[in-house]
Structure formats: structure tokens, C-alpha cells
Design a binder for this molecule. Structure first.
Ligand SMILES: [Cu+2]
Length: 160
């Protein structure tokens, strides 16, 4: 009997350890708009936290909602603000969070497989170096606040 309760205690300790995920994703959403149509593109935003004691790198992802999923940044290129894939991925330092946000880094979805309307939900797998994949279901599509329908157009230019 004593031995059995020790085993149960050990199992509970193990379960407790695995309860805290290596990576947590909060406030995730995907932009819906008239530009987020089948064949088009959009992006996923939110906060991703690295709960481990070592740096990890967000390298991309995968979703049934799109043909291509990449980690993008905004950068000045030839005097124009454009987005581009981040070479080598986006580092999330040990114990810290990164923000995927409008006008900043984002998880780009290209070649959308279907229209993405407000209220639609998608599932996205985030891929990392240094940590296991993270699958997030139920990421809800909503319009961008303030309206930035052209934000993800590669034609976008800054008005000076
Ligand atoms: Cu992008």
C-alpha cells in the first residue's frame, strides 16, 4: 500500500511538470478582410512566450488555411516599408515573449485555401528550433482595427 501511494505521488509530480507548456500563445488572431480571399494572403498576430530556460527560434508554421506560412518582419527597402521573411527565423529569448503585431513581425499566410471572413476559425502549427511544434486551434479571424486593408500588399508604399 505504501509503495502504491509513492507511485501515485510520482505520477502526480510528473503530471504537474508537464502542465506548464514550453511555449504559450496568447491573444492570437488572424486578420480577415476583403484581401483575405482564397489565393490571397493575411497574417496571424498575438503573443508567443518561451517558458523554457533556453532561447528558441520561431521558424515558421503550417496551416490548412494557407499554402505557405512564413515569419515576416517589416523593413525599409529602397526607401519603402515592405515586409520580408526573417532570415533564420525570430528568436524568442529564454523566459521572454515576442509580439506579432500590425506594422511589425507577423506570421504570414500566403496562398489562402479559402476566403477568411470575420468569425472564421483556423488552426495553426507554429514551428520552432529548440522546442516542439505548437498547435493552436480556434484562432478567430477579425478585421484589423483602424483598417489597414493594404497592409499586406507587396505594393504598399509609404506616403512621405
Ligand atoms: Cu508578411
Amino acid at each position: 500500500m505504501r509503495k502504491l501511494s509513492l507511485i501515485i505521488a510520482a505520477v502526480l509530480v510528473l503530471a504537474g511538470c508537464s502542465a506548464k507548456p514550453d511555449i504559450s500563445a496568447t491573444d492570437l488572431w488572424v486578420k480577415s478582410s476583403e484581401t483575405s480571399m482564397a489565393g490571397g494572403m493575411t497574417a496571424v498576430y498575438g503573443t508567443i512566450t518561451n517558458n523554457t530556460g533556453a532561447d528558441i527560434v520561431l521558424t515558421g508554421g503550417q496551416t490548412d488555411a494557407a499554402g505557405i506560412t512564413e515569419v515576416h518582419e517589416m523593413a525599409m527597402i529602397d526607401g519603402q516599408m515592405k515586409m520580408q521573411e526573417i532570415d533564420g527565423g525570430l528568436t524568442i529569448p529564454a523566459g521572454q515573449s515576442i509580439e506579432l503585431e500590425l506594422g511589425g513581425n507577423h506570421l504570414m499566410l500566403m496562398q489562402l485555401t479559402a476566403d477568411l471572413l470575420a468569425g472564421d476559425e483556423i488552426s495553426v502549427t507554429f514551428s520552432f528550433t529548440g522546442a516542439a511544434d505548437l498547435v493552436v486551434d480556434g484562432i478567430v479571424a477579425k478585421p484589423a482595427e483602424g483598417g489597414d486593408e493594404q497592409y499586406h500588399s507587396t505594393e504598399m508604399e509609404m506616403d512621405n
